[in-house]
Design a protein around this ligand. Structure first.
Ligand SMILES: Nc1nc2c(ncn2[C@@H]2O[C@H](COP(=O)(O)OP(=O)(O)O)[C@@H](O)[C@H]2O)c(=O)[nH]1
Ligand SMILES: [Mg+2]
Ligand SMILES: [Zn+2]
Length: 308
C-alpha cells in the first residue's frame, strides 16, 4: 500500500485518468469498486475532481485512484445516449458559454440552455461571442442585450485575432471555469489564447457543412498560474433534466417583471388567457426569440417527465 496522495483530475479516457499533483502528472486507473458504485452517473470522475490516489509505479508515473473527494459543485448535463446525468466539470467557479457571431454559428438557444443549466447548478455564467472579426450585426447585438440586461456578462471576442481577449482574460483570472460551446465555434482557439501552452489542435471546418468536424475527444482541464479552464469537446447539446417545467420561467429573469401579473396562478405562459408574459412578447418587451427558447425548453422538459 502506497502513501495516499491528493490530486486533481485533468482528463480521462476509457476509465484511465490523468491526475495532476503539482507539476507531476500521474496516469491512474480506478482501484476496486470505490467509485464504480455510482450507477446513476454516466461518469464517476470529471475534470476538476479532487481525488486520493497512490503511486503504483513512480518511475513511469502510474497510479491508482482510491477515492473521489466530496465535490463543492458540479456542472452536469443529461447524457441522452447513456440516459444518465454526465458531469462535465467539478469544483468550478462558473460557466463560459461560447457561441460565434456569424449567422451560421450563432446559437442563442444553446446559450439559453447553458444559462439555465448553470443557474440550476448554482453557478454564475458569462456568454462569449467569438469570431467578431467576421462581422456583428444589429440583430446579434439585440439578442445579446437580453443577456446583459439580466446581469449576465457578455464578451465579444476574436479568438483568432485577439480582439476583446484581454477583457475576457481579466474575467477568467483567479477562477476555474468550464467552457461550453458547439464544435466549430472556436473553443480550442480560445483556449490556446487564454492558457499559454494549452496547444490544442484547432479543427478545420468541414466545407460542405460549415460545421466543426465532430470529434469524440474528452473534457480536459488546462491550468496556468491563476486560472483553470475545462474544455468540453464533443458536447453538442446541454440537455436539461430534473427541472420541473412549471418552474422553468423562474430561470428566465427577463420574464419576471410580467410573470407575477398573469391572470392565472401557476401560469405556464404557453397558452393561458390573460398571460402577461405572452402580452409582453407581443408588445416587444420580451424578446420573441427568448420566448421561443422558453417554449422549446418547456416542451422538452415536459416530454422528459412523461417519457423519462
Ligand atoms: N475568423 C475567425 N475564425 C475563428 C475564430 N476562432 C476560431 N476560428 C476558426 O474556427 C475554426 C474552428 O475553431 P476551433 O477552435 O477548432 O473550434 P472548436 O471546435 O470549438 O474547438 C478554425 O478554423 C478556427 O481557425 C475567430 O475568432 N475568428
Ligand atoms: Mg476543439
Ligand atoms: Zn403567463
Amino acid at each position: 500500500m502506497g502513501e495516499r496522495l491528493q490530486g486533481l483530475v485533468l482528463y480521462g479516457i476509457n476509465n484511465i485518468y490523468t491526475v495532476g499533483d503539482r507539476d507531476r502528472e500521474v496516469v491512474c486507473r480506478i482501484k476496486g469498486k470505490i467509485l464504480g458504485e455510482e450507477k446513476d452517473e454516466y461518469n464517476p470522475l470529471a475534470p476538476g475532481d479532487q481525488v486520493l490516489y497512490e503511486l503504483v509505479d513512480e518511475s513511469v508515473g502510474q497510479g491508482a485512484i482510491l477515492e473521489r473527494l466530496p465535490r463543492r459543485n458540479s456542472f452536469q448535463r443529461w447524457n441522452k445516449k447513456g440516459r444518465r446525468p454526465q458531469t462535465l466539470a467539478a469544483n468550478i467557479d462558473g460557466v463560459l458559454v461560447l457561441t460565434a457571431a456569424t449567422e451560421d454559428f450563432f446559437r442563442p438557444r444553446f446559450v439559453d440552455r447553458g444559462l439555465v443549466l448553470a443557474e440550476w447548478s448554482g453557478l454564475p455564467a458569462a456568454v462569449v461571442i467569438n469570431k467578431i472579426d467576421l462581422g456583428r450585426d444589429g440583430l446579434l447585438e439585440q439578442r445579446c442585450r437580453v443577456w446583459s440586461d439580466i446581469g449576465v456578462p457578455v464578451f465579444f471576442v476574436s479568438a483568432l485575432h485577439g480582439e476583446g481577449v484581454d477583457d475576457l482574460l481579466d474575467f477568467v483570472r483567479g477562477r476555474a471555469l468550464v467552457l461550453c460551446g458547439q464544435s466549430g465555434v472556436g473553443k480550442s482557439t480560445l483556449l490556446n489564447r487564454l492558457v499559454p501552452g494549452a496547444d490544442q489542435k484547432t479543427a478545420q471546418l468541414s466545407r460542405k457543412y460549415l460545421r466543426g468536424v465532430h470529434s469524440t475527444t474528452v473534457g480536459r482541464l488546462f491550468q496556468h498560474t491563476d486560472l483553470a479552464l475545462i474544455d468540453t469537446p464533443g458536447v453538442r447539446e446541454l440537455e436539461l433534466w430534473d427541472i420541473d417545467p412549471e418552474g422553468l420561467s423562474l430561470f428566465f429573469h427577463d420574464f419576471r417583471p410580467w410573470s407575477t401579473h398573469c391572470a392565472m396562478t401557476g401560469c405556464t405562459h404557453l397558452h393561458e388567457p390573460g398571460c402577461a408574459v405572452f402580452q409582453a412578447v407581443q408588445r416587444g418587451q420580451i424578446h420573441p426569440d427568448r420566448y421561443e427558447s422558453y417554449v422549446r425548453l418547456f416542451e422538452e422538459l415536459a416530454a422528459r417527465q412523461v417519457y423519462g
